[in-house]
Design a protein around this ligand. Structure first.
Ligand code: ADP
Ligand code: MG
Length: 578
């Protein structure tokens, strides 16, 4: 079959253009991306073989090879992993699944328009483009692959200019090899000579040392005419086949003592696991000894992924058993509200073919989840105490998700309440904790007041706020859908009731209670006619019309009964079909 030409999906084409003309100075990372993909492919094959022994694939010597050819100026990264079928190549390599890509491209275009090279560089550095990173250093990329168990291979090739070709090939070895035809050498910049074994060694050591499969490189071919003065004169001895050199230590970072591992090394592991190009906000180590032994390395990312609130959002924790990768995305290890946490858990005493279903019911896993959860929460607490800026970043990015825990995880409710912060009428921009709120409460104020709504502004404009503003009583301004749910579920903090200012009767001047009651009774009699008429007119929509002390400027407002759902919650439940 002849090679067929295809067009890249629009976003993929734009990304490629970017890579080709990239200003991104840290081009070395292309190799990290290729090795990371190769390592994933080896993990996948080993697992597939574990589940299906009949799979026709050799898993006896899984590895990644890097070959450089100085004369042809090519660099090849080859793995004997899972490989891809013809269809998969088109689907996985020709398109971009990441839903944040459009936004990224838009931001990048804007940076380009204002010629903000630093901004551009920052954006590329944050986003990462996986496989396409190869086009930063190559003017043509070819990929030959064969899916384990299949007999036919596929050859993909592209110059990055809008199209690629696909072709079936007969003699492809199992796995994938990616060959970069490197751009012409820059005589001014020897540092970026990717045909130099020294350079390759350096990059692998820096970015991929922890990869659990051997990353190997053949020694340089001996010079064409070997030096005449061969020290040993044993000419008869046949030349031994050159042994590949393994470039990475393959040491599991989570098993090494803290003092031996640099922050940079931890960060590179995070990037590999999270498919993120940015450093994490925090690294958390946990070593558990005793009857159920495990080691864990967890990361708090610095940015929320785009799919955090979609149903099939990825969980970030990988499960290993004694250094062997078992599964990605292990939902049994952390509760759903910590789904943004990435990392590795390596358990000593689990079966290698443990399934997700078994994990969900395993008593040890349950203990592990509780311990890991507490550790993450205590880390957030420490951050809050020691590094306000980083805490603020974490809460900005993940506060909404963490608040889900207030509803779903009563066991850790107090720990979550301790690290939660909320927008408040007390300050325009600085959020407050509940503890700080309580410390500021006025004499005679018994409750913590909040109001939910779409935005800070719409809440502040609500007539419900008038009386509170008038009296200088602080109100929390809650704008996430989950806020109403947790506020209801939690009910109180340190003996102080959480009360929505939009619900029920709120008496803000309790001292004059009797006088106020008398006064209101009198007025209610006086206005009985009007109130009755209004009730008649609005009968379909309301339960009752009453005089209020909570308004100062607005003539009227709508209030729910204390036990009623608020309008936003009603909408939410309706949307969920309940
Ligand atoms: P990511 O690794 O974040 O998914 P990439 O752009 O690096 O994104 O790779 C896209 C996809 O192409 C991978 O998810 C994988 O399915 C496939 N792929 C890339 N390289 C390989 C490889 N060496 N072997 C098998 N599949 C690969
Ligand atoms: Mg990748």
């Amino acid at each position: 079959m002849p090679a067929e030409a295809f067009e890249f999906q629009v976003e993929a084409r734009q990304l490629l253009q970017l890579m080709i003309h990239s200003v991104y100075s840290n081009k070395d990372v292309f190799l990290r991306e290729l090795v990371s993909n190769a390592s994933d492919a080896l993990d996948k094959l080993r697992l597939e073989k574990l589940w299906d022994d009949s799979l026709d694939a050799d898993v006896s010597d899984l590895h990644i090879d890097i070959d450089v050819d100085k004369d042809a100026r090519t660099l090849t990264v080859r793995d004997n992993g899972i490989g891809m079928s013809y269809d998969e190549v088109g689907r996985l390599i020709g398109t971009i699944a990441n839903s944040g890509t459009a936004k990224f491209l838009q931001e990048l275009k804007e940076a380009k328009e204002v010629k903000d090279a630093a901004g551009e560089e920052g954006l590329i550095g944050q986003f990462g483009v996986g496989f396409y990173a190869g086009f930063m250093v190559a003017d043509e990329v070819t990929l030959v692959t064969r899916r384990a168990g299949e007999s036919q291979g596929t050859r993909w090739a592209s110059r990055g200019e809008g199209t690629y070709t696909l072709e079936k090939v007969e003699d492809a070895p199992q796995g994938t090899s990616v060959t970069l035809h490197l751009k012409p050498a820059d005589p001014e910049n020897q540092l970026h000579d990717y045909t130099s074994p020294w350079k390759i060694r350096e990059i692998i050591k820096r970015y991929s040392d922890f990869i659990t499969w051997p990353v190997r490189m053949m020694p340089e071919a001996p010079a064409a005419a070997p030096a005449a003065a061969d020290e040993s004169d044993e000419a008869a001895e046949p030349e031994a086949a050159p042994e590949p050199e393994t470039l990475n230590s393959m040491k599991a970072l989570w098993a090494r003592p803290r003092g031996e591992v640099s922050d940079d090394e931890y960060h590179e592991l995070y990037k590999h696991i999270a498919h993120d190009w940015r450093d994490p906000l925090e690294t958390i180590r946990l070593q558990a000894e005793g009857t159920f032994e495990y080691q864990s390395l967890l990361f708090l990312p610095a940015h929320a992924p785009h799919d955090l609130f979609t149903r099939d959002a990825k969980r970030g924790v990988q499960l290993y058993v004694k250094r062997v990768f078992i599964m990605d995305d292990c939902e049994a290890l952390l509760p759903p509200y910590l789904r943004f946490v990435k990392g590795v858990v390596d358990a000593a005493d689990l079966s290698l073919n443990v399934s997700r279903e078994i994990l969900q019911q395993d008593r040890h896993i349950e203990m592990m989840r509780r311990r890991l959860t507490k550790k993450v929460l205590s880390t957030v607490k420490d951050m809050m105490a020691k590094d306000q800026d980083r805490y603020a970043t974490l809460w900005r990015e993940f506060g909404t998700v963490l608040k889900e825990g207030l509803v779903t995880d009563p066991e850790n409710r107090d720990a979550l309440l301790a690290v939660a912060s909320f927008a408040t009428t007390h300050h325009d921009t600085e959020p407050t904790t509940l503890k700080q709120y309580v410390e500021r409460m006025k004499d005679g104020q018994d409750d913590i007041y909040y109001l939910t709504g779409e935005s800070r502004q719409s809440i502040e404009n609500s007539p419900h706020m008038e009386a509170f503003r008038e009296r200088g009583i602080e109100v929390l301004l809650l704008t996430d859908a989950v806020d109403e749910v947790w506020a209801d579920a939690v009910g109180e903090y340190e003996g102080k009731k959480l009360r929505s200012v939009a619900k029920g009767q709120i008496d803000l001047d309790p001292k004059d209670e009797d006088a106020a009651d008398d006064e209101r009774e009198k007025q209610t009699e006086e206005y009985a006619g009007l109130l009755g008429w209004m009730k008649e007119q609005l009968d379909e929509d309301i339960k009752e019309v009453r005089l209020s002390s909570r308004l100062t400027v607005s003539p009227a407002c709508i209030v729910s009964d204390a036990q009623d759902l608020t309008p936003a919650l009603e909408n939410m439940y309706r949307a969920m079909g309940q």
